[in-house]
Design a protein around this ligand. Structure first.
Ligand code: ADP
Length: 369
């Protein structure tokens, strides 16, 4: 059993820099929680406060119901994996993994058993005698993870552990850490700036901005029901398109885009909710997959055809990204379409905008309507 609870946790650095505003979070036993957000949003500070590496300025931190604000790191029963691996260069892989256990004076046989078991799980059994400098980045990262595993901690903390790896290895290690989580059944808190890692690894995502939690939800909930424009734009790749315009009443309620004159009908299900915005500005959010090339697809109640200008076409192999503007040289938007189509750049193109899953944001508060 290991749960972690943050109540009103705050961090103020010297010079009155508020890195984390009153933060509430509950990490349940065996849960994999990802803290995600742009650089400087307070993710690492939060993690380091949980680890005990950073003093907590306000609020209460509980591990398994015990308040640990003043408990030193070594007594919190937590293991942390760092981005730069933090291995001892003069020690072998075996010694690196065994070091923490030796300090705790565990019997030699038990240390040996734990190190070899962890090495087997991570596939580094053949490198136990090597020094870190004779290992690849991925192998070093495994040693760093191994060093955490052998301690059998209550909670694992990961601080951007994959940032120094190349793209392919990152994907591989991502699935390995997920598998490890299932296998160990451990509570894990993972920090990343990468929304893909957050989406694919987390049971729960905590999205932060400027030290303030924006939303805590499962990956699919956060994707489908973002609470504000920032969350909507951060989660999803390519990012959601935002169109600014006016809501018109007319015969059917209509969104009239300012810049390029797109006119998109508001689906029936959204009309009552948007009533108070008639005659006002608002932002409509459409994910790239909600925009397709006109052709065989059906134009219906919430699907509207409109002419745009193609700016850039990016074939990805399995799909194609079409960057377009609604008026020549205006803001660039993106559609994600079938890979069999490759429209010409600089040319007009008919696209279908599916308003069925559109998101609506208040222009001032940027909150979801
Ligand atoms: P993230 O991990 O999301 O990139 P950090 O938690 O590292 O963000 O930093 C959050 C904020 O706190 C940033 O504005 C950063 O500049 C500031 N900060 C981090 N460490 C210190 C420090 N030791 N002293 C003063 N400010 C700091």
């Amino acid at each position: 059993m290991a749960n972690v609870r943050l109540e009103n946790i705050k961090k103020v650095y010297e010079g009155n820099v508020v890195a984390v505003h009153e933060m509430d979070l509950e990490v349940k036993d065996k849960e994999f929680v990802v803290l995600v957000g742009p650089s400087g949003c307070g993710k690492s500070t939060t993690l380091r406060m949980i680890a005990g590496l950073e003093e907590i300025s306000g609020g209460d931190l509980y591990i398994d119901g015990q308040r640990v604000n003043d408990v030193p790191p070594k007594d919190r029963d937590i293991a942390m994996v760092f981005q730069n691996y933090a291995l001892y260069p003069h020690m072998s892989v075996y010694e690196n993994m065994a070091f923490g256990l030796k300090l705790r004076k565990l019997p030699k046989e038990e240390i040996d058993e734990r190190v070899r078991a962890a090495a087997a799980i991570l596939g580094i059994g053949d490198y136990l005698d090597r020094k870190p400098k004779a290992l690849s980045g991925g192998q070093r990262q495994r040693v760093a993870v191994g060093r955490a595993i052998v301690r059998k901690p209550k909670v694992f903390l990961f601080d951007e552990p994959l940032s120094n790896l190349d793209a392919k290895l990152r994907v591989q290690m991502r699935t390995e850490i997920s598998k490890l989580h299932q296998r160990l059944g451990a509570t894990m808190i993972y920090v990343t700036h990468d929304q893909t890692e957050a989406m694919t690894m987390g049971d729960k995502i905590v999205l932060m901005k400027d030290g303030v939690v924006q939303q805590i939800d499962t990956p699919l909930e956060i994707y489908a029901k973002p609470l504000n424009k920032f969350v909507a734009g951060f989660i999803g790749s390519p990012a959601m398109n935002f169109f600014v315009g006016l809501l018109e009443k007319g015969k059917t309620m209509m969104f009239a885009e300012h810049e390029g004159g797109l006119r998109l009908p508001i689906p029936k299900k959204d009309q009552a909710r948007l009533k108070s915005y008639i005659g006002k500005e608002l932002t409509v959010g459409l994910r790239p997959e909600q925009i397709s090339i006109a052709g065989t697809n059906v134009i219906g109640a919430s699907r509207t055809k409109a002419k745009v200008t193609v700016e850039v076409v990016e074939p990805m192999g399995n799909e194609t990204y079409i960057y377009f503007s609604t008026r020549k040289d205006s803001t660039q938007f993106v559609a994600r379409v079938n890979s069999t189509k490759k429209p010409a750049t600089g040319r007009p193109l008919d696209l279908v905008f599916d308003m069925g899953c559109a998101h609506f944001f208040d222009q001032q508060t940027e909150k979801t309507i």
